[in-house]
Ligand binder design. Structure first.
Ligand SMILES: [Zn+2]
Length: 233
């Protein structure tokens, strides 16, 4: 569940959201991204807008925000020149693809489950193959010493889903692992939203999507019942 939101000052984010609300005068659902190509993405949503902005806009001044607001409410395809020059002058904020990609070893094959195969199946069944993040088994750590256990996580920075290897057991049902992967893929798919200045990963919208997984309630019940077993207790 790591996200760029973790590094963002909540105050700055809520200020940005409030300023846009004031200028646009329609409901806005704001998501801050670390995208490389798309700095501004706007979609109509009900009677308002769903807006995805690169984190450079956390530093935008009033004039830039006014220009942004008119771009949001207007129907022009091309961003106003003030916005374009703002993006150009904050170019250094855009993450660069490393010249030499860091070598990340993805471990797909476990003893009982191949994560890539499961990921591909979930991607096809629920996301029309639109999810393009990575997946790997996490490092094995002695679980007995852990107080709580995180079965899976998603990092927005590295676009990586990590699945705890305690789930690589013969008694873990396929639908449970698929459901856990589905949850983490949703984090990639939906991004981290901000409402009233609070960053939320598990929004109502997220929960609605989550319940589309047909074995959702079974999966929760299974996890509840078997957590001690996974922990080796
Ligand atoms: Zn989550």
């Amino acid at each position: 569940m790591g996200s760029i939101a973790r590094n963002i000052d909540g105050k700055v984010l809520s200020d940005l959201e409030e300023s846009l609300l004031r200028l646009v005068r329609r409901p806005i659902q704001l998501t801050i991204t670390d995208n490389v190509h798309s700095m501004i993405h706007i979609r109509n949503s009900n009677n308002g807008f769903r807006v995805r902005l690169h984190h450079m806009f956390l530093e935008a001044d009033a004039a830039v925000l006014r220009s942004l607001a008119s771009f949001i409410t207007g129907r022009k395809k091309r961003a106003p020149s003030l916005l374009r020059s703002f993006v150009a002058s904050h170019h250094s904020k855009i993450r660069k693809a490393p010249a030499k990609p860091r070598r990340v070893v993805l471990r797909h094959r476990g003893r009982y489950f191949n994560l890539k195969e499961l990921f591909d199946r979930v991607n096809q069944d629920y996301f029309a193959n639109k999810v393009d993040c990575h997946i790997t088994w996490g490092a094995r750590r002695p679980v007995r010493r852990q107080k709580s256990i995180k079965l899976a996580s998603y990092s927005e920075r590295t676009k990586m889903i990590r699945i705890n290897p305690v789930l690589d057991r013969s008694y873990v049902p396929l639908y449970v692992l698929a459901g856990i992967i589905y949850h983490e893929m949703l984090h990639h798919y939906l991004g981290i939203e901000s409402r009233n200045g609070r960053q939320m990963a598990h929004t109502k919208r997220f929960r609605r999507f989550e319940e589309k997984f047909p074995h959702y309630h079974h999966m929760l019940a299974w996890k509840e019942k078997n957590l001690h077993r996974l922990l080796g207790r």
